[in-house]
Write a protein that binds this ligand. Structure first.
Ligand code: HEM
Length: 472
């Protein structure tokens, strides 16, 4: 039998043990950034965060300071907003891109983990090379030709939702240039099927990257529809290469690497590349046109530049050269300024070993998040950040392919967006040809950006009509 003394000692030891454990946990938590975790288990702050994520991040920064954690849907996301954190995000060996995106890649394109890790770097380097600044000039001809072809469909004049207009131009132009001509755009039924599927897939991409597919029936159907479209076309994509011996098209190179490394011909990487190539570039073309057309002085200056390079006859199917593009710098500045103001909500890395930021330790397993959207609104780096001021890009050394400091819309570091130069080129030619061919004006005010998604650039909310009339 235990005597009284023994019992008291046991209680004292237990109490001291609990206090020690409590202090230890508290100290550990004290070292961690402040955390917004809500009160519902697992879901955490998920509901408030999901309602308007961009606004949530800014409010959290004001409340909690430059580094804070949001616990939502079982994940800890630690946001960094100032130099110290950004430096760790960009340069630390203890944070990893591939581990942060592997799961979303699996959910959205059904690419198995082992295949993703085996192929990612190889595919990335191939794309970076093919769409890099050395090879970029090869795209000018095909892009111009494709754009002329699509512009023909607009007729001599009309009124249209601007979002629809840029989609109907750039979806086929991008697919025909990067994948293979006529892949999804051969007959009306196929075109309609593609638009319907892609719209749903793109809209639900963020949910699809986090929630099991069986909970998103409609999205899952569109995902499978797009995969089936690709699967059916794999032989055509491969044949396109041999018919044209075209060193530009990248989809064949993706298929070649896949076949070499895995002995498979899966359509999954096609879907992922398709999404990456359309989901940001197309809304940016929208925003650039919308900003330009709602700033009459800038619109006028651009029209003058275009006339000085190409003349005024809007009917001609002009050819565009590298040299002429260099002379139309204002358009490039407008695109970059539109991207600055409508940059992706977040980019992300996984912490693989605890990292120190300011006085805090961010534990391994956290997702480290950086918001280009908010970074681009820091007046320290971009004075009068809310204003559309293309001239601020005068300071960027674009000849040397450098952006402005702290411009992070294409991510940064080892796996910076490999399609960035292609996107800029495609949008630049698109805008030149539209404004060369047509007199355009907006019939609605500049729309608001939607605050529904964090992945990728914000899309417009509601309609914005454009009126266009062929110049004579
Ligand atoms: C204005 C348009 C675009 C924007 C704002 C944009 C932005 C981004 C961002 C932020 C990332 C992640 C980088 C990081 O976390 O550091 C990314 C990755 C990527 N982008 Fe873009 N992008 C654009 C256009 C394109 C185009 C036209 C393509 C063409 C194929 C493309 C292909 C990719 C690919 C394949 C990746 C993944 C890279 C990897 O897996 O390592 N992007 N992009």
């Amino acid at each position: 039998m235990m005597d009284n003394m023994e019992l008291i000692s046991l209680i004292v030891i237990t109490v001291l043990g609990c206090v020690a454990l409590f202090l230890f946990l508290q100290r550990k938590n004290l070292c961690r950034p402040p955390c917004i975790e809500g009160w519902i288990p697992w879901i955490g702050a998920g509901f408030e965060f999901g309602k308007a994520p961009l606004e949530f991040i800014e409010k959290a920064r004001i409340k909690c300071g430059p580094i804070f954690t949001v616990f939502a849907m079982g994940k800890r996301m630690t946001f960094v907003t100032e130099e110290e954190g950004i430096d760790v995000f960009l340069n630390s060996k203890h944070v990893n891109f591939e581990l942060a995106v592997q799961n979303p890649v699996y959910r959205t394109a059904s690419i198995p983990k082992n295949i993703f890790f085996t192929l990612h770097e190889k595919l990335y380097l191939m794309m970076k090379g093919k769409m890099g600044t050395f090879n970029l000039y090869q795209f000018i001809g095909p892009l111009t030709e494709e754009l002329h072809e699509q512009l023909e469909n607009l007729g001599t004049h009309g009124t249209m939702d601007l979002n629809n207009l840029v989609r109907h131009l750039l979806y086929p132009v991008t697919v025909n240039t990067l994948f293979s001509k006529g892949l999804f755009f051969t007959n009306k039924r196929k075109i309609k099927e593609f638009y319907q599927h892609f719209e749903i897939y793109d809209e639900g991409f963020e949910y699809g990257s986090q929630i099991p597919e069986w909970l998103l029936r409609n999205w899952s159907k569109s995902k499978r529809g797009l995969l089936a479209l690709f699967a059916k076309n794999i032989p055509d994509i491969k044949a396109y290469k041999s018919a044209k011996d075209n060193s530009v098209a990248i989809m064949q190179a993706v298929l070649d690497i896949l076949e070499m490394e895995t002995n498979e011909q899966s359509p999954n990487y096609g879907l992922l590349t398709l999404w990456a190539s359309l989901s940001n570039a197309v809304p940016i073309a929208f925003w650039t046109l919308a900003f330009v057309l709602s700033h009459p002085d800038i619109h006028k200056a651009i029209k003058k530049d275009i006339s000085s390079v190409f003349g005024t006859a809007g009917k001609d199917k002009i050819k565009v050269s590298e040299d002429e593009l260099k002379r139309l710098l204002l358009i490039k500045w407008c695109i970059l300024e539109a991207i600055r103001l409508r940059a992706p909500g977040v980019i992300t890395r996984k912490v693989v070993k605890p990292v120190k930021i300011l006085n805090y330790t961010v534990p391994s397993g956290d997702l480290l998040m950086l918001s280009p959207f908010w970074l681009h609104r820091n007046p320290k780096y971009f004075p009068e950040p809310e204003l559309f001021r293309p001239e601020r890009w005068k300071k960027a050394n674009l000849e040397k392919h450098a952006f402005l400091d702290c411009f992070m819309a294409f991510g940064s570091g080892k796996f910076q967006c490999p399609g960035r130069w292609f996107a800029l080129l495609e949008i630049q030619i698109c805008i030149i040809l539209i404004l060369y061919k047509y007199d355009c004006s907006l019939l609605d005010p500049l729309p608001k950006q939607s605050d529904l998604h964090l992945v990728g650039v914000p899309k417009p909310e509601g309609q914005c009509k454009i009126e266009y009339k062929q110049r004579i």
